[in-house]
Design a protein around this ligand. Structure first.
Ligand code: NAP
Length: 248
């Protein structure tokens, strides 16, 4: 298979790049020629992911994206070890589901602080360097749940809808510095996050997906690679659903 290496010379941070959709994104960006900084809380899994990527210039970084100081430290470490960050993919995310009356304060805060706060922390940490260099590309991994809502996911839906507002705002604020910001909104993708769904629920979901199947991490990763590359040079502020048609 021929590959274009359109991202050669670039350095990409992928938060949550050690598993699931994030690992798919790390692999796709590495195949595109970028050096990848795999960021996650579990350092061993991040190191294992970085070690299996194609090409050179990859490294693992331990960081909880909900912690603003840790994000600043991580970006500084990536820049000194791997070079100036050209691509940031905010993929790290968690779910803590419950019906609204029973949702605990800590489950609300943890999901908002990780999914929405984490992206803000990382964008702020890379923005100065990208603005100075007048180049950069940011992709936020959101969810179709942020577009349509979902019973039992008030915290998760609000965090992802917030990310859509953040995406469009960053796109407007940084466009004049040649920095693009887009979002990819996956539907149901086969990862650890969805592995616990009961068989009956998966059958019911498939019936609601025109494509008739759950997505794979590679389905999302290909779109992120496209958005991170030069062929998407005139695309900013967009939210692209990757959901087999589920949220149409
Ligand atoms: P996953 O398999 O549970 O993986 C989550 C990744 O995020 C792991 O690498 C995890 O590593 C990392 N992570 C979690 N909290 C973190 C934190 N505070 N700081 C740094 N890293 C953190 O999840 P996934 O299904 O691949 O989901 C990835 C993204 O896609 C999430 O934003 C999710 O909301 C979104 N999404 C998923 C689906 C789906 O159906 N799977 C659908 C729509 C959207 P550590 O645990 O080591 O930190």
């Amino acid at each position: 298979m021929t590959d274009t290496s359109e991202l050669a010379g670039g350095v990409a941070i992928v938060t949550g790049g050690s598993r699931g959709i994030g690992l798919g994104i790390s692999r796709a960006l590495a195949r595109g020629g970028a050096g990848v900084a795999v960021v996650a809380r579990n350092g061993e899994r991040a190191a294992a992911a970085a070690a299996e990527l194609e090409g050179e210039g990859h490294a693992a970084h331990t960081c909880d994206v909900a912690d603003p100081r840790a994000c600043r430290r991580t970006v500084a470490a990536v820049e000194s070890r791997q070079g100036p960050v050209t691509i940031l993919v905010n993929n790290a995310g968690i779910a803590r589901d419950n019906i609204l009356p029973r949702m605990r304060d800590e489950d609300w805060s943890r999901v908002i602080d990780t999914n929405l706060g984490g992206a803000f922390n990382m964008i702020r940490a890379v923005s100065r360097g990208m603005m100075k260099r007048r180049a950069g590309c940011i992709v936020n991994v959101t969810s179709v749940i942020g577009l349509v809502g979902n019973a039992g996911q008030a915290n998760y839906a609000a965090s992802k809808a917030g990310l859509h507002g953040l995406t469009r705002t960053v796109a407007k604020e940084l466009a004049s510095r040649n920095i693009r910001c887009n979002a990819v909104a996956p539907g149901f993708i086969r990862t650890d996050m969805t592995a616990g769904l009961p068989e009956a629920r998966v059958r019911e979901l498939k019936e609601r997906i025109p494509a008739g199947r759950l997505g794979e991490p590679a389905d999302v990763a290909g779109v992120v690679r496209f958005l991170a590359g030069p062929e998407a040079g005139y695309i900013t502020g967009q939210i692209i659903a990757v959901d087999g048609g589920m949220a149409m």
